[in-house]
Design a protein around this ligand. Structure first.
Ligand SMILES: [Zn+2]
Length: 149
């Protein structure tokens, strides 16, 4: 009997080399990697600390079924989200009224759906302040955790 080359479980078909579970795990990791590459460098800084502390998160998280809005970083279990506002970026949505209006819509819908959103700009990350940001995220996660338990 042939075995999965990753997890060593016996395979049901001689033509395959990886079991279904490992394939979906691989696809999930690939999507996660791609999202991470796309993530803003400040969001990536946060993710690196979260990973070290074993705090699970989602990137580019679509929080409403029927709308396209996504959070840069989210903790769906606690309905906590983190947004990086690139207000000085060239193609920033904040540079025009339509874009800013869309953002208002997004945050209003998030609030109605009980999300708590932390919003940051590059200034918040200057001079190693990423740890201040992390502290705020952890404070909020703790608050949400205590509320539910
Ligand atoms: Zn496997």
């Amino acid at each position: 009997m042939k075995k999965c080359k990753i997890c060593q479980t016996e395979l049901s078909h001689p033509d395959i080399t990886i079991c279904g579970e490992c394939i979906s795990e691989k696809i999930t990791m690939k999507i996660k990697k791609e999202k991470e590459l796309k993530a803003n460098k400040y969001i990536t800084q946060i993710c690196n600390v979260l990973k070290r502390e074993n705090i699970t998160y989602e990137l580019e998280y679509k929080f409403l079924k029927d709308r396209k809005f996504r959070f840069d970083l989210a903790f769906p279990l606690y309905k906590v989200a983190v947004e990086y506002e690139g207000i000085f970026a060239d193609r920033s949505r904040h540079t025009n009224l339509a874009g800013y209006t869309k953002d208002c819509e997004k945050y209003n819908l998030a609030t109605i759906d009980s999300w708590r959103v932390l919003r940051y700009t590059a200034v918040h990350f200057a001079n190693n302040k990423v740890y201040d940001v992390i502290e705020q995220i952890k404070d909020l996660l703790n608050q949400q955790y205590l509320k539910e338990n």
